[in-house]
Design a protein around this ligand. Structure first.
Ligand code: DP6
Length: 371
Protein backbone atom coordinates (compact mmCIF):
# COMPACT_ATOMS: atom_id res chain seq x y z
CA UNK A 1 0.00 0.00 0.00
CA UNK A 2 1.29 3.46 -0.90
CA UNK A 3 1.59 5.86 1.96
CA UNK A 4 0.51 9.52 2.07
CA UNK A 5 3.72 11.26 0.97
CA UNK A 6 4.71 8.51 -1.43
CA UNK A 7 1.37 8.91 -3.17
CA UNK A 8 1.70 12.66 -3.25
CA UNK A 9 5.24 12.62 -4.71
CA UNK A 10 4.52 9.85 -7.22
CA UNK A 11 1.53 11.74 -8.51
CA UNK A 12 3.59 14.16 -10.56
CA UNK A 13 1.76 16.93 -12.41
CA UNK A 14 2.50 16.84 -16.19
CA UNK A 15 4.05 20.32 -16.00
CA UNK A 16 6.69 19.00 -13.63
CA UNK A 17 8.19 16.37 -15.86
CA UNK A 18 9.91 18.55 -18.48
CA UNK A 19 12.63 20.76 -17.08
CA UNK A 20 13.62 23.89 -19.00
CA UNK A 21 16.08 23.00 -21.74
CA UNK A 22 19.74 23.81 -20.94
CA UNK A 23 18.83 25.32 -17.57
CA UNK A 24 22.04 25.65 -15.51
CA UNK A 25 22.31 26.38 -11.79
CA UNK A 26 24.32 25.75 -8.67
CA UNK A 27 22.81 25.06 -5.28
CA UNK A 28 24.54 24.63 -1.93
CA UNK A 29 23.50 23.17 1.40
CA UNK A 30 25.22 22.45 4.69
CA UNK A 31 23.55 19.71 6.67
CA UNK A 32 24.37 18.56 10.21
CA UNK A 33 24.79 15.09 11.61
CA UNK A 34 22.50 14.09 14.47
CA UNK A 35 22.65 12.00 17.61
CA UNK A 36 19.70 9.81 18.54
CA UNK A 37 18.30 9.78 22.07
CA UNK A 38 15.74 7.11 21.16
CA UNK A 39 17.45 4.76 18.74
CA UNK A 40 16.27 3.65 15.32
CA UNK A 41 17.31 0.00 15.13
CA UNK A 42 15.60 -2.36 12.73
CA UNK A 43 13.57 -1.57 9.63
CA UNK A 44 10.95 -2.95 7.29
CA UNK A 45 11.08 -2.88 3.52
CA UNK A 46 11.09 0.59 2.03
CA UNK A 47 13.22 2.06 4.83
CA UNK A 48 10.34 2.02 7.31
CA UNK A 49 11.56 1.97 10.94
CA UNK A 50 10.46 -0.69 13.41
CA UNK A 51 10.12 1.97 16.09
CA UNK A 52 10.02 5.76 16.45
CA UNK A 53 13.30 7.57 17.11
CA UNK A 54 14.14 10.99 18.55
CA UNK A 55 17.34 12.97 18.04
CA UNK A 56 18.93 16.38 17.98
CA UNK A 57 21.15 17.80 15.27
CA UNK A 58 24.72 18.74 16.04
CA UNK A 59 26.25 22.10 15.30
CA UNK A 60 29.88 21.41 14.35
CA UNK A 61 29.57 18.03 12.66
CA UNK A 62 28.25 18.81 9.17
CA UNK A 63 28.48 17.95 5.50
CA UNK A 64 28.94 20.89 3.15
CA UNK A 65 27.65 20.17 -0.34
CA UNK A 66 27.51 22.06 -3.61
CA UNK A 67 25.66 20.77 -6.64
CA UNK A 68 25.97 22.22 -10.13
CA UNK A 69 23.47 20.96 -12.61
CA UNK A 70 22.59 21.40 -16.24
CA UNK A 71 19.41 20.12 -17.89
CA UNK A 72 20.17 17.86 -20.83
CA UNK A 73 16.88 16.67 -22.31
CA UNK A 74 18.63 13.90 -24.25
CA UNK A 75 19.55 12.01 -21.07
CA UNK A 76 17.51 9.18 -19.56
CA UNK A 77 19.51 8.81 -16.35
CA UNK A 78 21.55 11.29 -14.29
CA UNK A 79 25.18 11.92 -15.20
CA UNK A 80 27.34 12.49 -12.15
CA UNK A 81 30.81 13.77 -11.37
CA UNK A 82 31.46 13.48 -7.67
CA UNK A 83 34.25 14.99 -5.58
CA UNK A 84 34.87 14.31 -1.90
CA UNK A 85 37.20 16.81 -0.29
CA UNK A 86 38.47 17.97 -3.66
CA UNK A 87 39.18 14.50 -5.08
CA UNK A 88 37.06 12.33 -7.32
CA UNK A 89 35.59 9.44 -5.33
CA UNK A 90 34.26 6.54 -7.37
CA UNK A 91 33.05 4.57 -4.36
CA UNK A 92 30.82 7.40 -3.09
CA UNK A 93 29.84 8.30 -6.65
CA UNK A 94 28.27 4.89 -7.13
CA UNK A 95 26.33 5.14 -3.87
CA UNK A 96 25.07 8.63 -4.77
CA UNK A 97 24.20 7.64 -8.33
CA UNK A 98 22.22 4.58 -7.17
CA UNK A 99 20.43 6.83 -4.72
CA UNK A 100 19.63 9.50 -7.34
CA UNK A 101 18.23 6.86 -9.64
CA UNK A 102 16.15 5.41 -6.83
CA UNK A 103 14.61 8.75 -5.86
CA UNK A 104 14.04 9.77 -9.50
CA UNK A 105 10.58 8.16 -9.21
CA UNK A 106 9.70 11.14 -6.98
CA UNK A 107 11.63 13.71 -9.06
CA UNK A 108 11.80 12.48 -12.69
CA UNK A 109 13.74 15.56 -13.82
CA UNK A 110 16.81 14.09 -12.09
CA UNK A 111 17.15 11.74 -15.05
CA UNK A 112 17.85 14.69 -17.28
CA UNK A 113 20.58 16.30 -15.24
CA UNK A 114 24.32 16.53 -15.73
CA UNK A 115 25.52 16.92 -12.15
CA UNK A 116 28.72 17.88 -10.41
CA UNK A 117 28.47 17.29 -6.68
CA UNK A 118 31.22 18.28 -4.27
CA UNK A 119 31.14 17.55 -0.56
CA UNK A 120 33.31 17.83 2.48
CA UNK A 121 32.74 17.09 6.14
CA UNK A 122 33.62 19.42 8.97
CA UNK A 123 34.52 16.54 11.28
CA UNK A 124 37.78 14.60 10.99
CA UNK A 125 37.88 11.60 8.66
CA UNK A 126 39.08 9.19 11.23
CA UNK A 127 36.80 10.03 14.11
CA UNK A 128 34.44 7.10 13.75
CA UNK A 129 31.57 9.57 13.21
CA UNK A 130 28.93 8.34 10.79
CA UNK A 131 28.55 10.75 7.90
CA UNK A 132 25.63 9.18 6.06
CA UNK A 133 23.01 11.24 7.94
CA UNK A 134 24.60 14.59 7.09
CA UNK A 135 25.59 13.49 3.57
CA UNK A 136 22.18 12.22 2.50
CA UNK A 137 20.50 15.11 4.30
CA UNK A 138 22.58 17.60 2.30
CA UNK A 139 21.94 15.81 -0.99
CA UNK A 140 18.20 15.55 -0.37
CA UNK A 141 18.05 19.27 0.43
CA UNK A 142 19.99 20.05 -2.75
CA UNK A 143 17.67 18.06 -5.02
CA UNK A 144 14.62 19.71 -3.41
CA UNK A 145 16.28 23.06 -4.08
CA UNK A 146 16.76 22.04 -7.72
CA UNK A 147 13.09 21.09 -7.96
CA UNK A 148 12.11 24.45 -6.49
CA UNK A 149 14.32 26.33 -8.97
CA UNK A 150 13.14 24.38 -11.99
CA UNK A 151 9.43 24.20 -11.29
CA UNK A 152 8.69 26.79 -8.62
CA UNK A 153 7.35 24.02 -6.34
CA UNK A 154 8.09 23.34 -2.64
CA UNK A 155 7.89 27.08 -2.07
CA UNK A 156 6.62 26.87 1.50
CA UNK A 157 9.08 25.72 4.15
CA UNK A 158 6.89 22.90 5.46
CA UNK A 159 6.54 21.13 2.12
CA UNK A 160 10.22 21.74 1.29
CA UNK A 161 11.60 20.18 4.49
CA UNK A 162 9.00 17.41 4.53
CA UNK A 163 10.06 16.26 1.07
CA UNK A 164 13.75 16.68 1.95
CA UNK A 165 13.26 14.47 5.01
CA UNK A 166 11.29 11.89 3.00
CA UNK A 167 14.07 11.71 0.38
CA UNK A 168 16.91 11.77 2.93
CA UNK A 169 15.28 8.79 4.68
CA UNK A 170 15.56 6.77 1.47
CA UNK A 171 19.35 7.35 1.50
CA UNK A 172 19.83 6.58 5.20
CA UNK A 173 17.09 6.30 7.80
CA UNK A 174 18.74 8.57 10.36
CA UNK A 175 19.27 11.24 7.65
CA UNK A 176 15.53 11.95 7.77
CA UNK A 177 16.18 13.59 11.18
CA UNK A 178 19.08 15.77 9.96
CA UNK A 179 17.22 18.23 7.72
CA UNK A 180 15.65 20.32 10.49
CA UNK A 181 17.06 22.22 13.44
CA UNK A 182 17.00 21.23 17.11
CA UNK A 183 15.09 18.09 18.05
CA UNK A 184 13.12 15.90 15.70
CA UNK A 185 11.33 12.60 15.62
CA UNK A 186 10.96 10.01 12.91
CA UNK A 187 8.42 7.19 13.05
CA UNK A 188 4.76 6.94 13.81
CA UNK A 189 3.86 7.40 17.47
CA UNK A 190 0.89 8.43 19.58
CA UNK A 191 2.23 11.99 19.57
CA UNK A 192 2.79 14.40 17.83
CA UNK A 193 -0.25 13.93 15.56
CA UNK A 194 1.79 14.41 12.38
CA UNK A 195 4.48 11.85 13.36
CA UNK A 196 5.15 9.52 10.47
CA UNK A 197 7.26 6.62 9.23
CA UNK A 198 7.80 8.49 5.96
CA UNK A 199 9.50 11.65 7.17
CA UNK A 200 10.71 13.19 10.41
CA UNK A 201 8.83 15.98 12.17
CA UNK A 202 10.32 18.84 14.12
CA UNK A 203 9.77 18.90 17.88
CA UNK A 204 10.19 22.70 17.99
CA UNK A 205 7.59 24.18 20.27
CA UNK A 206 7.48 20.99 22.37
CA UNK A 207 11.02 20.93 23.76
CA UNK A 208 11.82 22.83 26.96
CA UNK A 209 14.46 25.58 26.44
CA UNK A 210 16.92 23.89 28.81
CA UNK A 211 17.51 21.09 26.31
CA UNK A 212 18.50 23.54 23.57
CA UNK A 213 21.49 24.42 25.78
CA UNK A 214 22.76 20.84 25.72
CA UNK A 215 26.32 20.02 24.80
CA UNK A 216 27.56 16.78 23.28
CA UNK A 217 31.24 16.11 23.90
CA UNK A 218 32.07 13.25 21.55
CA UNK A 219 34.75 11.09 23.13
CA UNK A 220 36.37 9.30 20.20
CA UNK A 221 37.22 5.89 21.59
CA UNK A 222 37.76 4.16 18.27
CA UNK A 223 38.44 5.97 15.04
CA UNK A 224 38.59 2.94 12.74
CA UNK A 225 35.97 1.36 10.52
CA UNK A 226 33.27 -0.64 12.34
CA UNK A 227 33.25 -4.43 12.04
CA UNK A 228 29.67 -4.39 10.83
CA UNK A 229 27.84 -1.62 8.96
CA UNK A 230 24.54 -0.29 10.38
CA UNK A 231 22.53 -1.75 7.49
CA UNK A 232 23.60 -5.28 8.48
CA UNK A 233 22.84 -4.54 12.13
CA UNK A 234 19.32 -3.38 11.24
CA UNK A 235 18.75 -6.60 9.27
CA UNK A 236 19.58 -8.69 12.34
CA UNK A 237 16.49 -7.26 14.07
CA UNK A 238 14.29 -9.21 11.63
CA UNK A 239 14.68 -12.51 13.47
CA UNK A 240 15.85 -11.17 16.78
CA UNK A 241 14.44 -13.08 19.80
CA UNK A 242 13.87 -9.81 21.68
CA UNK A 243 12.51 -7.75 18.75
CA UNK A 244 8.96 -7.40 20.06
CA UNK A 245 10.13 -6.43 23.53
CA UNK A 246 12.61 -3.92 22.06
CA UNK A 247 10.00 -2.29 19.83
CA UNK A 248 7.60 -1.94 22.76
CA UNK A 249 10.35 -0.58 24.97
CA UNK A 250 11.37 2.01 22.34
CA UNK A 251 7.76 3.15 22.01
CA UNK A 252 7.43 3.49 25.78
CA UNK A 253 10.80 5.29 26.01
CA UNK A 254 9.62 7.66 23.26
CA UNK A 255 6.45 8.43 25.17
CA UNK A 256 8.43 9.10 28.36
CA UNK A 257 11.12 11.12 26.59
CA UNK A 258 8.62 13.39 24.83
CA UNK A 259 7.09 14.18 28.22
CA UNK A 260 10.53 14.82 29.75
CA UNK A 261 11.61 17.02 26.83
CA UNK A 262 8.50 19.09 27.44
CA UNK A 263 8.80 19.38 31.22
CA UNK A 264 12.58 19.87 31.34
CA UNK A 265 13.04 17.03 33.85
CA UNK A 266 16.81 16.48 33.54
CA UNK A 267 17.21 13.50 35.95
CA UNK A 268 14.51 11.62 34.02
CA UNK A 269 16.26 12.56 30.74
CA UNK A 270 19.49 10.95 32.04
CA UNK A 271 17.65 7.76 32.93
CA UNK A 272 15.88 7.32 29.58
CA UNK A 273 18.84 8.29 27.39
CA UNK A 274 21.22 5.81 29.04
CA UNK A 275 18.58 3.07 28.98
CA UNK A 276 18.22 3.57 25.22
CA UNK A 277 21.97 3.57 24.58
CA UNK A 278 22.43 0.24 26.35
CA UNK A 279 19.31 -1.23 24.80
CA UNK A 280 20.72 -0.56 21.31
CA UNK A 281 23.94 -2.36 22.18
CA UNK A 282 22.07 -5.13 24.00
CA UNK A 283 20.32 -5.87 20.69
CA UNK A 284 23.71 -6.19 18.99
CA UNK A 285 25.10 -8.42 21.74
CA UNK A 286 22.12 -10.78 21.59
CA UNK A 287 21.56 -10.97 17.83
CA UNK A 288 22.52 -13.94 15.74
CA UNK A 289 25.31 -13.56 14.81
CA UNK A 290 26.15 -11.45 17.80
CA UNK A 291 28.54 -8.52 17.52
CA UNK A 292 30.26 -6.11 19.87
CA UNK A 293 30.94 -2.51 18.96
CA UNK A 294 31.80 -1.41 22.50
CA UNK A 295 35.50 -1.31 23.38
CA UNK A 296 37.05 -1.67 26.84
CA UNK A 297 37.64 2.10 26.89
CA UNK A 298 33.94 2.71 26.14
CA UNK A 299 33.07 0.93 29.38
CA UNK A 300 35.88 2.67 31.29
CA UNK A 301 34.54 6.07 30.20
CA UNK A 302 30.92 5.17 30.99
CA UNK A 303 31.86 4.00 34.48
CA UNK A 304 33.65 7.28 35.13
CA UNK A 305 30.73 9.35 33.86
CA UNK A 306 28.39 7.46 36.16
CA UNK A 307 30.76 7.84 39.14
CA UNK A 308 31.06 11.59 38.41
CA UNK A 309 27.27 11.86 38.35
CA UNK A 310 26.97 9.99 41.64
CA UNK A 311 29.64 12.13 43.32
CA UNK A 312 28.38 15.49 42.08
CA UNK A 313 24.65 14.86 41.71
CA UNK A 314 24.83 16.66 38.35
CA UNK A 315 22.56 15.61 35.44
CA UNK A 316 25.27 14.46 33.04
CA UNK A 317 24.82 11.33 30.95
CA UNK A 318 26.06 9.44 27.94
CA UNK A 319 24.62 8.02 24.79
CA UNK A 320 26.12 5.70 22.19
CA UNK A 321 25.79 5.41 18.45
CA UNK A 322 26.36 2.23 16.47
CA UNK A 323 30.03 2.38 17.45
CA UNK A 324 32.42 2.62 20.38
CA UNK A 325 32.39 6.40 20.81
CA UNK A 326 30.75 7.94 23.85
CA UNK A 327 28.61 11.06 23.50
CA UNK A 328 28.62 12.86 26.84
CA UNK A 329 25.54 15.07 27.21
CA UNK A 330 25.17 17.93 29.68
CA UNK A 331 23.61 21.39 29.86
CA UNK A 332 25.76 24.38 28.98
CA UNK A 333 25.58 25.77 32.53
CA UNK A 334 27.74 22.82 33.69
CA UNK A 335 30.49 23.28 31.09
CA UNK A 336 32.99 24.79 33.53
CA UNK A 337 32.63 21.77 35.83
CA UNK A 338 32.30 19.03 33.21
CA UNK A 339 35.07 19.95 30.78
CA UNK A 340 37.91 19.85 33.37
CA UNK A 341 36.58 16.41 34.39
CA UNK A 342 36.66 15.28 30.75
CA UNK A 343 40.24 16.47 30.37
CA UNK A 344 41.53 15.01 33.62
CA UNK A 345 39.63 11.70 33.65
CA UNK A 346 38.33 10.79 30.20
CA UNK A 347 40.68 12.21 27.58
CA UNK A 348 43.34 9.54 28.14
CA UNK A 349 40.85 6.85 27.05
CA UNK A 350 40.24 8.52 23.67
CA UNK A 351 42.07 7.47 20.52
CA UNK A 352 44.73 10.10 19.85
CA UNK A 353 42.97 12.02 22.64
CA UNK A 354 40.34 13.19 20.13
CA UNK A 355 37.30 14.87 21.66
CA UNK A 356 34.83 16.88 19.59
CA UNK A 357 32.93 19.43 21.63
CA UNK A 358 29.61 19.87 19.90
CA UNK A 359 26.15 21.05 20.91
CA UNK A 360 22.51 21.15 19.82
CA UNK A 361 22.46 22.86 16.44
CA UNK A 362 20.04 25.05 14.54
CA UNK A 363 19.91 22.84 11.47
CA UNK A 364 20.85 23.00 7.81
CA UNK A 365 21.94 26.17 6.02
CA UNK A 366 21.17 27.07 2.40
CA UNK A 367 23.77 28.50 0.01
CA UNK A 368 26.77 27.11 1.75
CA UNK A 369 30.24 28.15 0.68
CA UNK A 370 31.94 26.11 -2.03
CA UNK A 371 33.34 22.93 -0.40
C1 DP6 B 1 22.35 3.36 15.81
O1 DP6 B 1 20.53 5.53 9.62
O2 DP6 B 1 22.88 4.62 9.64
O3 DP6 B 1 22.68 5.42 14.69
O4 DP6 B 1 19.03 3.49 7.42
O5 DP6 B 1 20.65 1.62 7.11
O6 DP6 B 1 21.36 3.99 6.66
P1 DP6 B 1 20.48 3.06 7.47
O7 DP6 B 1 20.97 3.15 8.98
P2 DP6 B 1 21.42 4.37 9.83
O8 DP6 B 1 21.20 3.78 11.30
C2 DP6 B 1 21.45 4.56 12.43
C3 DP6 B 1 21.31 3.74 13.64
C4 DP6 B 1 21.73 4.41 14.91
C5 DP6 B 1 20.54 4.97 15.68
C6 DP6 B 1 19.91 6.22 15.17
O9 DP6 B 1 20.59 7.10 14.60
O10 DP6 B 1 18.70 6.36 15.40
Amino acid sequence: MKTRLENQYLNIAPGLTNPVKNFVARVGWECPSNIALIKYWGKKQGQIPLNPSVSFVLHQSRTILSMEFKVNNALSMPQLDYYFEGKQSFQFRKRYLDYLQHISQYLPFINQLELTIKTRNTFPHSAGIASSASAFGALALAVCEAERLLFNTLTDEKSFFEKASFLARLGSGSASRSVMGGFSMWGEAFFPDDSSDEAAVSLAGIVNPVFYTYRDSILVIYAGVKDIPSSEGHALMNHHPFATARINQAKENTRELLHVLETGDEPAFVEIVEREAFSLHAMMLTSSPSFILLKPNTIAVIERIRAFRKDTGLPVCFTLDAGANVHMLYPDRLTETVQPFIISELKAFCENEIIIHDHVGTGPVRNAVQP
